[in-house]
Ligand binder design. Structure first.
Ligand SMILES: Cc1cc2nc3c(=O)[nH]c(=O)nc-3n(C[C@H](O)[C@H](O)[C@H](O)COP(=O)(O)OP(=O)(O)OC[C@H]3O[C@@H](n4cnc5c(N)ncnc54)[C@H](O)[C@@H]3O)c2cc1C
Length: 383
């Protein structure tokens, strides 16, 4: 294996997955992470991982750790805002055919991925102040002022990537805004193995269990819910839920009482190109995801595996060719999965009571494979 000096910007899901896989090929990238070490991996939320992402952990020999820290999901349930079930979709077609569809906290997943890189590989509290491409090299100036040359820079600093601007012009990427957003909170104890969503007109409640607690999402049109504030919006949504549906009522109560809930503005991002010269985009920095379909982390891991694979066979003199192959393999595949999350967002984020009633009536006639048709194609390798 040849030597290649690689820098990864961002110690998130994509960056750490890629670093772990590259180290299995004898390549040991440096990673810079903006967060200081004491604050790193403190923001927790729940992640549903399709086998598309989960299977990458097999290649890191991390299956046991992953299974110990996560639970297999058995059902996805859509409910009316009053709590009544519209339809329950078994996830067995995923679990049996493609691999276990599991739920884990982001913190636990990051811990598992971190175990695959040496502690000295990650430099915390550091970012990139400048990046210049030369002949077959990239000269990087770090935030503390030091400069270093690399054969390759992998930009994996997430949906709001700042370092993307070093290689892309403003017209080479765009954000897609849904106008909706929401708070993420936790309900302790009593996890189930079903994802439960409550689709209202102008409101959305999601209940996503992980191993020992339950992640809660409460969302709606941003302008309205921000004006109302979390407590009064949670009360309003709770009033719609019939008393016999205890779980959503408890979830809303937990959300209401949370003093430091995480607010998520539901938008995603697409870029026109994933690489220029010796710099490449990975994960959300390349194509970011809406929460619907819950597939951003899985696609980030799937792409990290494809990039590590192409790099394992590349010679540093022909890196742009390897990056081109990676882009050919992944860009359309990832955008196809993203299309499903946009389609689902249009279906879920509805303000009109009439339209949401029609949606709720029609939903039982559709299978999950039909609703997630693009993602099914991605899982089948058809895109
Ligand atoms: C509340 C919430 C729920 C979600 N639920 C799901 C789900 O159920 N299933 C799913 O598949 N996906 C889900 N996602 C999406 C998923 O988290 C992302 O798609 C995934 O984390 C993308 O990985 P990434 O490595 O590209 O970005 P991130 O995981 O966001 O990592 C980016 C890293 O880069 C660092 N960074 C940022 N800027 C800089 C900089 N300038 N310099 C250095 N470092 C920097 C950040 O601190 C971070 O560590 C969810 C996201 C959120 C916010």
């Amino acid at each position: 294996m040849q030597d290649m000096d690689i820098l990864i910007i961002g110690a998130g899901v994509a960056g750490l997955t890629c670093a772990g896989l590259l180290s299995r090929h004898g390549l040991h990238p440096q990673i810079v992470e903006r967060e200081p070490q004491q604050q790193f991996n403190c923001t927790g939320y729940m992640l549903g991982l399709y086998p598309l992402g989960g299977r990458v952990l097999n290649a890191l020999d991390a299956r046991t750790a992953y299974y110990n820290q996560s639970i297999q999901m058995e059902y996805y349930e859509a409910h009316r805002s009053n709590g009544a079930l519209i339809k329950s979709y078994p996830l067995d077609f995923i679990n049996e055919k493609y691999g276990s569809y599991r739920s884990i906290t982001r913190q636990k997943l990051i811990d598992i991925l971190l175990a695959n890189v040496t502690p000295e590989a990650v430099r915390f509290d550091t970012t990139v102040a400048n990046l210049e491409q030369g002949n077959d090299e990239v000269r990087v100036t770090f935030s503390e002022g030091r400069s270093e040359r690399f054969d390759l820079v992998i930009i994996a600093d997430g949906l709001h990537s700042e370092t993307r601007d070093f290689i892309l012009d403003d017209n080479e990427y765009s954000y897609y805004h849904t106008g909706w957003g929401g708070w993420v909170s936790w309900l302790h104890g009593n996890p189930t193995t079903s994802y439960k969503e409550y689709w209202g007109a102008g409101s959305f409640l999601g209940i996503y269990p992980v191993k020992d607690k339950v992640g809660v999402f409460l969302g709606g049109p941003i302008d309205i819910i921000k004006e109302k504030g979390l407590a009064s919006f949670a009360d309003e949504v709770k009033q719609m839920v019939s008393p016999e549906h205890e779980l959503p009522r408890q979830a809303l109560e937990a959300c209401r009482k949370d003093e430091r809930p995480f607010f998520w503005d539901f938008h995603d991002c697409r870029t026109k190109t994933w690489h220029k010269g010796h710099v490449v985009l990975l994960g959300d920095a390349a194509t970011g995801f809406l929460p619907t379909a819950g597939v951003g982390a899985s696609m980030a891991m799937d792409s990290a595996a494809a990039l590590a694979d192409e790099l394992s066979r590349a010679h540093k003199q022909h890196l742009p060719y390897a990056l081109n192959l990676y882009t050919q393999r992944q860009k359309q595949r990832v955008e196809t999965a993203q299309a499903d999350s946009r389609k689902l967002a249009k279906m879920i984020f509805m303000k009109s009571p009439v339209l949401s009633k029609i949606r709720n009536r029609l939903l039982p006639f559709y299978s999950l494979q039909q609703i997630l048709s693009d993602l099914s194609n991605v899982m089948e390798g058809r895109s």
